[in-house]
Every structure is written in C-alpha cells, then in structure tokens.
Design a binder for this molecule. Structure first.
Ligand code: GLC
Length: 531
C-alpha cells in the first residue's frame, strides 16, 4: 500500500461557521473568524477543515437552503474573505472542504423563481412538480424530514412541489441532465478556486422513485419518533439510479488532482457501502455514522466495527464519525468520562476520522430555552428532543463573557460552564480532554500503524472491553478500551513481546510496562506499544 492520499492519512475537522468565531461582533461566526483561528487547527493537529455551507442563503435551514451557490453569504463575509482563508489554510498545509447542497435549493434561488413562474417555463422540470391527487391533496404520502407533508401546493399554477426538508427547500430534479450540468458547474467553480473537496449533503436523496409510489408504513413507529419515521423511505431516497449520479460527480472531482468526495448518507451498513460505487467510482468517503447510531457498549461496538470492516468493498477506505451539527454531542450521549474513550476509539480505528468542532473540549448539550430556539425542526416538532440547537452552540475559546467567540451575546447560548470548559484553560491543563485529543493526533501522525495500518480485533474475555491491534510493517500498536464503569484486568493474547503504555486517556501512565495483562480503570482506554 502506498502512503495514501491526504484524505486517507489525515483527520478532518468540521467547522459550523455560524458558531466558530465571530469577527465582526454580530453574534454570528464568519469566515474571517475561521481565518483567525487557522493556527488553532495546526496546533490541534488536524489536516483538513470542512465548512458547513457558507453560500448565499435566507437561512431557513441555516445555509442548507442555498439561493446562490457561487457567492458567500454576507453574514459569513465575501468571496475575497473565502479566497484569503483558503490561501492561508493552504499555506499552513491545511485542506479546505466545502459543504455542497445539491438535493435542494432555497425557494429564493433564481432557478426556483423561474420554475414556479408557469407550467411551461424552461426550468419547470428542474424541480419536482406534480398535479394534486384526485382529492386535491398531495400527490403521494411522502413526508418532510422536518415534519408535515413533503409537498406544498403552489397557488400560482395549482401544482405541488416536493421538498424532502422545509417548504423553503424545494428538491431539484436530478433526473434532468441540465440540472446535473448546472450543479457540476458549481463544483468546478469552487474546484477552480482551489478547494480540496466536498462533503455532499444528503447524497442518498438525489434520485426519487420514477413513479412516485407511496412509501410503505413503518410498523415499528412509535409516537415519540419524528413524524418522518411513520413511513419507510423506500421510494423517496436511495434509488438505484443515484449511483450513476454519484459516479458523474466523482468524474468532475477527478478532473482535479487530490480532491475528495465525501457523502452524507444515513443508511444501514450494507446499503451505505454501495456509495463507494462500482469499482470505487463513487464517493471516496461515504460518511459512516454507525458510531452515532449504535448503543455505547463494547459488545455492540465491536460487532459494528467487524460488520463495517467486512462490508467494505475491496480498496474502499473506511471512515468514522462521532458527531456533527445534526446529532447530539458525544459528551452528552456517553458522558464526559467516556467521551475520552470515544476520542481514543475514533482516532485509532482504521479509516479517516471526522471531528466535530467543540468535541475536543467536550462541549456537551447546551439547554436552549424555548424563546431562543433557532432550529426549524425544533420549531416544527417541538419538545421531542429532535432539535439541533444544543449541538450548534458557540465554540468556547476562553473564560471571558462571551467565551472569546464574540463581543456580544451569540445567536445561540453558551454553555454556562464555559468559564471552565474553554480552549485557553484546557490547553494549559496537561490532563485535559483537549490535551488528549492533541496527543492522539500526534500519535496518529507519528505511527503509520495508526493512520494507515491494518486492523485486527483481539479476543478478550472481560466485559465492557474492546481491544484491537493496528499494524503496518514493524509499527504495531494495541488499543484497549474500557467502555464500562468497573476497573478491568484485561488479558491480552499471549505473546513474548514486551509492551508499554504509549498513551492513556487519563494521560498519566506513559511508559508503564505491561505484561500479559493490562489493568484499566473505569472509563479508561490505552494505546500500548511494543518495546
Ligand atoms: C443535512 C444537513 C442538515 C440539513 C439537511 C437538509 O442532513 O446536515 O443540517 O438540515 O441536510 O439540507
């Protein structure tokens, strides 16, 4: 195996620009803010940043409703700000990945304005328009992911348009070759500016059933779930023809050297891996969200890693994610102690890890009072715990009034704990989770075994424990993680080799010799090296 492309060796860090760093004191983060923090990424030790959408948008879904794909929203800055950020990132060896939102535009996009104007507008077929059902209702039973029907009737022409998300986010018709060409031009616009790749929003949604058949009911639905779960999304997403679109997209990217295509895909493993494409002609990294969706216990997670590794196509490069702007924070899900174990897991599994901003300081769930709710999903389906504001709160840089994020109250509240939980303080603390992240990132860079090596699960008898070896040539490391609240004495497979602790999640036993067994405290993970 060669040394691998940057996106195989590297670690990606997701920035949610609204919440990273405000530079003009309007309470909302911006590109100039990200630029000022470039040295932070270098210091932390990540290789690439992925920016959630920065394009012109009415912000009905905070940038995931794009009104102009080739301009930066003034709230975030200008194209010149972006070019400066990109150049200065590249000068530091950092890659920049953009968020590409091809499934839908904003209703304010020029294409939609034209499309809705009349039935015979040349852009009519760029979106998905259908006549009402015989009773005047929506054409089929498809629901919006944010609650309510997936169809909205437009009084101008009496037809319905489809929107998998908000009514302000009409779906494009990707069966139309002109739509494909227009969107591929958008990719080229940014590739020509030098971006290093794209994270493609809801990639598995692009093609819908040709006959618009009703989705079947989900017999396991319970009333606590989001409304979209009432049906199985059999016909509204993940259609076989989508793979041809992904391959075309990949073709556009491949005309430029060393760019990456990442797909946001929430599907079970066997369907997810199809997005690598035939002969790997699809996404380089179909995002693997299984660690977010699997119960946090050693048995389930060991099985998940095995299943995922087995399902990967030949040559398909794995990837792992613990959190993003749509999912509860890992610290809130597993607790602050296990968050360290989770960090060690994420950064020692085989494949490219993507970090979510703030997880390195263990930002947890921030309670957002009802009058401060921003997320449209929470507004549509309130009180069910679906809202995404709690994981989108501002980054906490220091102990000042607004955590060094802004000079005024930010768009979402800060964690009340920000005086203790901030980068400035945790970077001084040699035992902090931030220090742990840095040490793990240093270890990944230093050890080919960790970043490019093979993965082999080790059989251990103790409950709550996962153990595996990562090896490349002579570089061999063993990772042993205790996902439980009891200390464990873990017997390692017999070998005459001598081993020592290279890193503990507690950051306090480096160099300690380890024999046939290693003792782990509750909530402790260790990396062992051979000596
Ligand atoms: C993706 C984004 C999410 C957005 C949705 C609609 O899932 O990650 O934030 O709301 O797509 O674009």
């Amino acid at each position: 195996m060669s040394d691998g492309s940057w996106w195989k060796r590297g670690v990606i860090y997701q920035v949610y620009p609204r919440s990273f760093q405000d530079s003009n004191d309007d309470g909302i983060g911006d590109l100039e803010g990200v630029r000022r923090r470039l040295d932070y990424f270098v210091w932390l030790g990540v290789d690439a940043i992925w920016l959630s959408p920065i394009f012109v948008s009415p912000m009905a879904d905070f940038g995931y409703d794009v009104a102009d794909y080739q301009a930066v929203d003034p709230i975030f800055g200008s194209l010149a700000d972006f070019d400066r950020l990109l150049a200065q990132a590249h000068a530091r060896g950092l890659r920049v990945v953009l968020d590409f939102v091809p499934n839908h535009t904003s209703i304010e996009h020029e294409w939609f304005r034209e499309s809705r104007a009349c039935r015979d507008n040349p852009k009519r077929d760029w979106y998905i328009w259908r006549d009402p059902a015989p009773d005047g209702g929506p054409p089929n039973n498809w629901l919006s992911n944010f609650g309510g029907p997936g169809w909205t009737r437009d009084s101008l022409t009496g037809q319905y348009y489809y929107h998998a998300f908000l009514p302000q986010q009409p779906d494009l018709n990707w069966r139309n070759p002109l739509v494909r060409e227009a969107m591929f031009d958008v990719l080229r616009f940014w590739l020509d500016r030098g971006v290093d790749g794209f994270r493609v929003d809801v990639l598995w949604h692009l093609i819908k059933d040709e006959w618009f058949r009703d989705n079947p009911p989900n017999l396991g639905y319970d009333a606590h779930q989001a409304e979209i779960q009432r049906h199985l999304q059999v016909h509204s997403a993940d259609q076989p023809e989508v793979h041809e679109v992904v391959a075309q997209m990949r073709g556009v990217i491949d005309a430029y050297p060393e760019r990456v295509l990442i797909g946001e895909i929430y599907l079970p493993i066997e369907r997810l891996v199809a997005y690598y494409g035939r002969d790997l002609s699809g996404a380089h990294l179909p995002f693997n969200f299984q660690l977010i969706q699997t119960a946090w216990n050693a048995h389930e997670i060991a099985a998940l890693i095995r299943d995922y590794e087995e399902a990967l196509p030949d040559g398909g490069w794995p990837n792992w994610v613990l959190g993003n702007h749509d999912q509860p924070r890992i610290g809130a899900r597993v607790g602050k102690r296990q968050a360290r174990v989770a960090a060690m897991l994420l950064l020692t599994l085989r494949g490219t890890p993507t970090l979510y901003y703030g997880d390195e300081i263990c930002l947890c769930k921030v309670d957002v009072p009802p009058e401060q709710v921003q997320d449209p999903w929470e507004k549509n389906e309130p009180g069910r715990g679906l809202g995404r504001d709690p994981e989108r709160t501002p980054m906490q840089w220091d102990a000042s009034a607004f955590a060094g994020f802004s000079a005024r109250a930010p768009w979402l509240p800060l964690d009340p704990d920000h005086e203790r939980c901030n980068v400035a303080r945790l970077s001084e603390d040699q035992g902090s989770i931030l220090t742990l992240y840095r040490r793990l990132l240093v270890a990944r860079r230093a050890h080919a075994g960790l970043c490019l090596g093979d993965y082999a699960q080790l059989a251990v008898a103790e409950p709550d424990v996962i153990a595996y070896e990562r090896a490349r040539g002579a570089d061999r490391l063993i990772v042993v993680l205790n996902l439980g609240r009891e200390p464990r004495e873990v017997h390692l497979p017999q070998t005459d080799d001598r081993r020592s602790v290279m890193l503990s999640t507690f950051l306090d036993r480096e160099g300690e010799p380890v024999g046939r067994s290693v003792s782990l405290r509750a909530d402790e993970g260790v990396i062992l090296r051979y000596c």
